[in-house]
Design a protein around this ligand. Structure first.
Ligand SMILES: Nc1nc2c(ncn2[C@@H]2O[C@H](COP(=O)(O)OP(=O)(O)O)[C@@H](O)[C@H]2O)c(=O)[nH]1
Ligand SMILES: [Mg+2]
Length: 468
């Protein structure tokens, strides 16, 4: 599948690693892949029953792993798979042993005695990619599936693993190649075919741009579902930050009192908002204080704000926006991230009062959108706040882009196509059009990994765990 595998050495060595999570468990799996995987397994494994035939592919045998001195290490089940019909595309043996971390390490060490080496992080999946068992999007999806924290994230990874995004990319590529062929034929056979119909070419390219834009539209949502959001609640003391956290979580995580300065440390909790894994961070009220503990809390709140993807800037409908809010929300303004303005305790204020505070808060925060009026006490306005944090979206269901890498490549393809449209419309020679169309094809090919630079491929697999 990969056009230029030259830089990667052929995998003529055999690798092994523990494929399961560390810790105590019922079972663990040691995986071996490469040319001598099966003979290594055969050397260390003694079947419980005598077999005259070597173990055939996709069968499991019960027996024991023994070391070179014949000492039994563990009772195991051995599963063998033959190239190319395995995850990596190579001969593979999987040893299911007992799940203690020490016994598993002993099984691994035993197989490593046979001239094979420990796998690097992600190396099994990298081999699967290099052997054409999956493309780059699918390899990324493997990591995403493992790290998924919500059902939506699992479904999104699942769709990519099943080739959803890959198919969309290859359809778009063949659309572009179709246009490319139509243009090139007028260059190569200018005497025999009619002149380039620029109107049709331009319309066809524009239609492809539209499809790419649709793909890009879902990118933010796709990335949110995959990466999650870090949402930090900021405001002066006693505006109901902790109450909002509790409401968003659906249980009483933070202590709530009417004493200003109750929350002194950072409180962090995982929530699932419309399928997006959200880390909600409650902070100490931001104010200038002589209390040393509270001062540290304020500092921590400020550092938390620096790590936020989204800040919820809270003011109180009852007290209105005061100089204390100005002090507190300066941090929100300076963070340079999305700020959601929220007026809380609206149950204590009249509609007009709440609206006035909302207007004050919007003015204080500058460019932020309209302030949301909520009550952590009654729950009013909370669905709107959740919608603002992570919109419930149809695009979760769609095949989507989930990484900045995909997004950048898509944007590059769009830019190239836009240049191609311009060249077409401004009657530039046909060669100009084909250059841009080729660039668009290359940009899309990079998403699935064909022609992706080796450095990029290494970077992608480096983030995997060992054994995957
Ligand atoms: N009436 C009303 N009281 C609230 C609301 N949110 C919080 N409170 C009360 O305001 C006080 C301060 O709340 P808390 O969440 O500790 O504020 P924080 O200091 O910003 O974390 C507590 O007595 C809460 O019960 C609300 O929406 N309506
Ligand atoms: Mg609090």
């Amino acid at each position: 599948m990969r056009s230029d595998p030259t830089i990667f050495a052929p995998n003529n060595d055999t690798i092994a690693a523990i494929a399961t999570a560390p810790g105590e468990a019922g079972l663990a799996v040691v995986r071996i892949s490469g040319p001598i995987a099966l003979s290594v397994a055969e050397s260390t494994f003694i079947a419980c029953r005598k077999h005259s035939e070597p173990q055939t592919a996709y069968t499991a045998r019960y027996g024991a792993i023994v070391d070179k001195n014949g000492n039994k290490i563990d009772d195991v089940v051995l599963l063998v798979m033959h190239a190319p019909h395995s995850y990596t595309g190579e001969d593979t043996a999987e040893i299911s042993c007992h799940g203690g971390s020490t016994v598993t390490a002993m099984v691994l060490n035993t197989v490593l005695q046979y001239g094979i080496r420990l796998a690097n992080p992600g190396e099994f999946t990298m081999r699967a990619f290099l052997n054409g068992r999956m493309d780059l999007v699918q390899a990324e999806a493997v990591a995403d599936l493992i790290h998924a924290r919500t059902n939506a994230a699992v479904q999104s990874a699942r769709r990519q693993l099943d080739g959803g995004l890959s198919r969309v990319c290859s359809e778009l590529r063949s659309d572009i190649v179709g246009v490319l062929a139509a243009v090139e034929v007028t260059i190569d056979y200018s005497d025999e075919v009619p002149e380039l119909d620029r109107e049709i070419i331009s319309a066809n390219i524009s239609a492809i741009i539209d499809k790419l834009r649709m793909l890009l539209n879902g990118a933010l949502q796709g990335r949110m579902v995959r990466e999650g959001l870090n949402v930090v609640i900021l405001g002066k003391p006693n505006v109901g930050k902790s109450s909002l956290l509790n409401r968003l979580l659906g249980y009483e995580r933070a202590i709530v009192t009417d004493t200003a300065g109750t929350t002194r440390d950072i409180l962090q909790e995982a929530a699932n908002i419309h399928g997006v894994p959200v880390t909600l961070v409650d902070t100490a009220g931001l104010r200038d204080t002589v209390d040393i503990v509270e001062q540290q809390g304020v500092q921590r709140a400020e550092s938390a704000a620096a790590m936020a993807d989204t800040i919820i800037a809270v003011a109180d409908a009852k007290t209105g926006v005061t100089s204390e809010d100005e002090r507190a929300l300066r941090t929100a303004q300076q963070a340079g991230v999305r700020v959601l303005a929220v007026v809380n305790r609206c149950d204590l204020a009249s509609d007009s009062q709440a609206a006035a505070v909302a207007a004050q808060l919007e003015q204080l925060l500058g460019t932020t959108g309209p302030a949301l009026k909520v009550s952590a006490r009654t729950g009013e306005g909370l669905p709107l706040l959740q919608q603002a944090i992570a919109p419930r979206s149809e695009s979760i269901e769609a095949v989507g882009i989930t990484r900045l890498r995909h997004e950048t490549a898509c944007s590059r393809a769009i830019e190239s196509l836009q240049r191609a449209v311009m060249s077409t419309n401004s009657l530039m020679p046909a060669d100009f059009i084909t250059i841009d169309l080729h660039e668009a094809v290359d940009a899309l090919a990079e998403i699935t990994g064909e022609g992706a630079p080796d450095e990029l491929i290494h970077r992608i697999f480096k983030d995997f765990c060992v054994g995957k």
